[in-house]
Every structure is written in C-alpha cells, then in structure tokens.
Design a protein around this ligand. Structure first.
Ligand code: DC
Length: 224
C-alpha cells in the first residue's frame, strides 16, 4: 500500500502545549499509530550529551541522528536498549534538542525515520513540521497551542508527576526561549501553516481538545 493512501493527522505546535497528550488520545481512539517526533530530537540530544559530542560538529550530530538505535514500545522509549523515557524529558535535553533541530542535516537524517511511522490504518503525528514538511499530504493539519503561562503550568504538573523537580518561573523562561528558537530558525520553523486549523487549548480541557480533533477528522472523512 502506498503511504499517500494512509490517513495522517498532523498536530504541530509549541513546546508544552499538550499536543502530545491530545495526539496520543486521538491515536488510541482511532486505533492509529502515534509519532512523537520531538522524542527523536530529544534522543539525538541525549546521545549527544552522553557521548560528549561537540554541539557545533554538525556532521557528527547528523551521524548520531541517522544511526540512532531507538525502540518505541508500550509508552516507553529505548535508546540502545536503555530506557530513556524520562531522561529525554528534562529541560536540559529539550533545550539542546531545540538547538540541534535547527541544523538541516540533523532534520534530514530524521526524515525517513519519521515517514516510516506512516502505516495502516493511520497515523497521528505530533511535532513542529509534521504538516509542512514530513507529511505535506496529511488530510488534517492542526496547529495546537496555548498561552505560554498555561503551558508552563502544564509542563510543571507533568514534570512533578514524573518526580522531576521544577520551578514555574524557570519553566516559563525556558518555554519562551524555546518558542523563539523554534520559530525563528530558517528551516522548518514553528508556525501555523495556511492549511492548518488553529486549536487554542488555553481554556480547553484535554478531553475537549481531543473531541475537537476527532470532530474535525470525522468532518473531513464525511466530505471525502
Ligand atoms: O515537542 P518537544 O518539546 O518534545 O520537542 C523538542 C524539540 O525538538 C523542540 O524544541 C524543537 C524540536 N522539534 C523539531 O524541531 N521538529 C519536530 N517535528 C519536533 C521537535
């Protein structure tokens, strides 16, 4: 089966917007596969830190991205057989991921790996460039966001639940820094595409956000 026949719901948006949670819930409801593309960039960052690789050596960084031995299994992420699920969620890892993600060779090295997630019966893909670059033919493209303050609170809660210490003011500063870095880079910048629907979740619950995505998808399928 050609991958262009497989439905993709592309959910892009800024850091800590809740798009990962919403995307996973939508994927579970529809029985679709789920791609957390940010996790791939975070894994490249983790491996870069573990190997003390020079973060200006773009060739080496792209090599890390190309050869990453990753397994996504039952909500866990393994890097070379080691459980990296929590290790990739630190702010340090997120900030480095954002930096490495600005290098085109690193992005190119991850492209085929991301497209390989597109399998029947369908895929929900979350990231920054899912609709614009990785799955440009996706029938439903969403730009999911929330105010920076609400995102900092959500990230705080998420980290707390994982037993990771955090401070709201620091998180807000990191989120604003990362927004600026992800939005201002020259390749695949974070922005709402003209063909993407805006889903502002500042005042929505996770369930309301999920229901909105499902309603949009139902509407698209009905109009096909
Ligand atoms: O979604 P996240 O916070 O886990 O992503 C971590 C970083 O990876 C983010 O700051 C930018 C980068 N990223 C990207 O450039 N493109 C994607 N499709 C996903 C993430």
């Amino acid at each position: 089966m050609h991958t262009h026949n497989i439905p993709v719901i592309a959910i892009d948006g800024p850091s800590a917007s809740g798009k990962g949670t919403v995307a996973q819930l939508v994927a579970n409801t529809l029985g679709f596969h789920y791609l957390d593309s940010g996790a791939l960039y975070r894994l490249v960052a983790l491996k870069t830190m573990q190997t003390h690789t020079d973060i200006t050596d773009i060739t080496k960084l792209a090599e890390i991205a190309r050869n990453l031995a990753v397994v996504f299994e039952n909500n866990k992420i393994f890097l070379e057989d080691n459980d990296a699920t929590n290790a990739i969620r630190t702010e340090e890892c997120g900030i480095l991921a954002s930096k490495l993600a600005s290098y085109p060779p690193v992005r190119e090295a991850l492209t085929a790996r991301q497209r390989a997630f597109c399998q029947i019966p369908g895929l929900v893909a979350d990231g920054r460039d899912m609709g614009s670059v990785i799955f440009p033919n996706a029938p439903l493209k969403i730009f999911l966001t929330a105010s920076a303050g609400v995102r900092a609170q959500r990230r705080y809660k998420q980290l707390n639940e994982k037993g990771i210490n955090a401070n709201i003011a620091d998180l807000l500063r990191d989120i604003e820094k990362r927004d600026a870095q992800d939005s201002n880079r020259s390749v695949a910048p974070l922005q709402q595409g003209t063909d993407a629907r805006l889903l502002d979740t500042t005042t929505l619950s996770i369930t309301q956000a999920k229901e909105t995505v499902l309603a949009w998808y139902t509407e698209i399928c009905a109009n096909k």
